[in-house]
Write a protein that binds this ligand. Structure first.
Ligand SMILES: Nc1ncnc2c1ncn2[C@@H]1O[C@H](COP(=O)(O)OP(=O)(O)O)[C@@H](O)[C@H]1O
Ligand SMILES: O=P(O)(O)OC[C@H](O)CO
Length: 497
């Protein structure tokens, strides 16, 4: 009989449940449901939290059915939750139903509010010191404020304690426990712009600034914690929930980046590069974010993070909107046949630019087109843009005092593309490692649950199960690299104007 760790991985574009064999961390069962995206206005992105909840239940039910059909009598021992971070859900305490569409991390509707608040230099300093973040629409605080300001009735109910806030992990937990557990974890809390990451507690000061009632806020817990058990009537009833972690931090754990100085980069909808800085809080001078990497037994490890808003979305846009790709994987074959983009650059600022520029108003641009440019050049420029943006993040880390990295571990959907991994190695001049399983995020959640249930003593011990499969070494000359980068920087400068 095999023991199983389950993981709910609620991402920007889909909801998934995975069952891992607890010893080898191989996937024993998986079910995935795509998530509808709503774009109601320029720069706005929304999800339906009820749809997310229903999809979670269906995925959980299907995976448990798949497990029951195996001959190994696999038995789940606990479950971990990982999620797209920052996305903001407000719900009714009594019914558990959302009272507004979830405002997604990519949504820029609060850009002017952030700009207005940014005139207050004392506030900017407080945000940086307390939360490690920049005052930007990306984070949950101004999204919550927007809902409460736009719907005075909801503000009144929130003040009465009838409306609760949580990110996706907190909402799923609330529904899984039939309202019994209103909790979050330190990594997700650190992305709200309301958490004092020095202590791992809600900042009274910032709750006041954004006019957010504290009664709405979930309790902040370790990533490895007894969050409650799945309630009766739901699939997996009685199963303990022992892990909870934001998806980028989960990927860092799943990629065994538990040592100070280790770096991972995840390529899903966006790209998020994290460097573990140990128990030391490092503030960036180059517009990277300081964030909680994980917290166990009340002890926090920190990370510097570079967040790029558009990575996999580039490929999706080329496929679904321009129709010049049949599938995401086809991009690899098409670009491998080209020597270069012939001077075409694609800056995918669909929803503004993240680190290190943080320009909410920037919008995308394709430059260098000639009469000879083909669809394949645009596809290649799209893939290259994700690499150049990663290089910009590494340059910012180095300016912040990090040594030039020797290795970067990558995962997420785009990491399946070998051409992309090789170009990344070439441009960033580092060895790029790809793990045996690209499911680093879900593995990270399963590892948190495993530590929570006492299977491993620490996350570092748990992460020893992670194994690398492929490695890409840089093979580009420095001249060629600098030449390509100089073209990229010119294109970005035009986009930011
Ligand atoms: N072979 C590939 N080459 C390039 N991009 C890919 C490839 N396979 C998947 N992708 C991209 O990866 C993304 C999906 O990654 P995933 O980690 O599942 O995302 P998320 O967690 O954000 O929902 C999609 O945007 C898709 O376009
Ligand atoms: O859903 P992903 O994988 O694109 O990740 C979203 C991030 O957590 C946003 O900060």
């Amino acid at each position: 009989m095999g023991e199983i760790l389950l993981a709910i991985d609620q991402g920007t574009t889909s909801t998934r449940v995975l069952a891992f064999d607890a010893e080898q961390l191989t996937v024993k069962a998986v079910h995935q449901i795509p998530l509808k995206q709503y774009y109601p206005s320029n720069g706005w992105v929304e999800h339906d939290a009820e749809e997310i909840w229903q999809a979670t239940v269906t995925c959980l039910k299907t995976v448990l059915e798949q497990l029951s059909e195996t001959t190994d009598s696999d038995t789940p021992t606990s479950i971990g939750i990982t999620n797209q971070r920052e996305t903001t859900v407000l719900w009714d305490r009594k019914t558990g139903h959302p009272v507004h569409k979830a405002i997604v991390w990519q949504d820029r509707r609060t850009a002017s509010h952030c700009e207005e608040l940014s005139k207050d230099t004392r506030l900017l300093k407080a945000v940086k010191e307390q939360t490690g973040l920049l005052l930007d629409p990306y984070f949950s605080a101004t999204k919550i404020a927007w809902i409460l300001d736009t719907h005075p009735d909801l503000r009144q109910q929130a003040q009465n304690g009838d409306i609760l806030f949580g990110n996706i992990e907190s909402y799923i937990l609330y529904r899984l426990t039939h309202g019994g557990s209103h909790k979050t974890d330190a990594t997700n809390a650190s992305r709200t712009m309301l958490c004092d990451i020095r202590q791992g507690t809600w900042s009274e000061d910032l709750l006041n600034v954004f006019d957010i009632p504290k009664t709405m806020m979930p309790e902040i817990c370790d990533n490895t914690h007894n969050f409650g058990s799945i309630s009766s009537g739901l699939p997996g009833a009685g199963l303990p929930i022992y892990g909870m972690v934001g998806d980028q931090q989960a990927a860092a754990i799943g990629q065994a980046c538990t040592q100070k100085g280790s770096i991972k980069s995840t390529y899903g909808t966006g790209c998020f590069l994290l460097e573990n800085t140990g128990q030391q809080l490092v503030y960036s001078q180059n517009r990277l974010l300081t964030t909680i990497a994980y917290q166990t037994v009340g002890i926090r490890s920190y990370a510097l993070e570079g967040s790029i808003f558009n990575a996999g979305t580039v490929i999706q846009w080329l496929r679904d909107d321009l129709g010049i790709l049949k599938s995401a994987s086809e991009s690899e074959t098409i670009v491998s046949e080209l020597g270069s983009t012939d001077g075409v650059y694609f800056v995918p600022a669909f929803t503004g630019m993240g680190a290190p520029h943080w320009d909410a108003d920037a919008r995308g641009m394709i430059t260098g087109l000639t009469r000879d440019s083909k669809a394949s050049h645009i596809i290649r420029a799209g893939l290259e843009s994700v690499v150049y943006q990663t290089n910009d993040l590494i340059s910012a880390l180095i300016k912040d005092g990090a040594s030039k990295p020797g290795i970067i571990r990558i995962d997420g959907g785009m990491a399946a593309n070998d051409w992309f991994a090789q170009f990344l190695a070439n441009i960033c001049d580092v060895r790029v490692e790809v793990p045996r399983s690209l499911e680093a995020t879900a593995i990270g959640a399963a590892l948190c649950a495993g530590v929570g249930e006492g299977r491993w003593p620490t996350l570092a011990d748990a992460a020893k199960t992670a194994t690398m499969e492929k490695s890409f070494k840089p093979v580009m000359t420095n001249d060629e690299r600098q030449n390509l980068l100089s073209g990229w920087h010119k294109a970005v400068a035009r986009c930011l104007l």
